[in-house]
Design a protein around this ligand. Structure first.
Ligand code: GLN
Length: 230
């Protein structure tokens, strides 16, 4: 249906990650998660359809730049570096980085203890950057998929994982309780934003308006509660 003379399209291609619990992951053959619910609520509010495409995290920003995708949400941290190549919505989720180690590890209790260690993380992530810049002598063992990141710690090929706080927490809570534990504090506060291919200012402002509406009318809280409630 026409969008009443606005410059918006009827359908937007939305890229998401193949697996970043609990923001997007496959369950019974379908993509579910916080980001999926949020973008559907926003699309309803603004009045567009979405065509979801999932890809490895490190392919998302390049795909926005080449025009393969219009919009992306995948727990993408807003950074000044990324703002040079894509636009971001207002922040929609506060996160940060946390450490996970094997349940029987007694040596690693904070970021200082990661000096000179092998730290598993994901290719193209803010966490990979953090390890390279801030942890002296650490080797960042980088994988495309998060399953591989957690497996590296579980099988002992890495000493620890450093990754997004909600992801480490959710992974441990749902799958890793017997093998992994979270230690230390929140390192480097981050905020997630919806990313857009540049040149879609009208869409970005409509999405920001919708986000504000969903925060006011309780819909955002409902989605938050569904994925992060006790
Ligand atoms: N928030 C992290 C980043 O933007 C990683 C998100 C993810 O793995 N989907 O780098």
């Amino acid at each position: 249906g026409g969008s009443g003379g606005s410059g918006l399209k009827d359908t937007y291609t939305v890229a998401s990650d193949t697996s970043f619990v609990p923001f997007e992951f496959k369950e019974n053959g379908e993509y579910v998660g916080f980001d999926i619910d949020l973008i559907n609520a926003i699309a309803d509010e603004v009045g567009f359809e979405i065509k979801l495409e999932t890809t490895n995290f490190d392919g998302i920003i390049p795909g926005l730049q080449t025009g393969s995708f219009d919009i992306a949400l995948a727990g993408i941290t807003i950074t000044d570096e990324r703002k040079k190549t894509v636009d971001f919505s207002d922040p929609y989720y506060d996160a940060g980085l946390r450490i996970g180690v094997s349940v029987d590890n007694k040596d690693i209790n904070s970021i200082e203890d990661l000096k000179g260690k092998t730290v598993a993380t994901r290719l193209g992530s803010t966490s990979a950057d953090y390890i390279k810049k801030n942890i002296e002598g650490a080797e960042a063992s980088q994988f495309e998929q998060l399953d591989q990141v957690y497996l590296a710690v579980e099988n002992g090929s890495a000493d620890a994982v450093l990754y997004d706080s909600p992801n480490v927490a959710y992974y441990i809570q749902t799958k890793g309780e017997d093998s992994l534990k979270m230690v230390g504090e929140l390192y480097q506060a981050e905020q997630y934003g919806i990313a857009f291919a540049k040149g879609q200012d009208e869409l970005v402002s409509k999405v920001n308006e919708a986000l504000a509406t969903l925060k006011e009318n309780g819909k955002y809280d409902e989605i938050y509660e569904k994925w992060f409630g006790e």
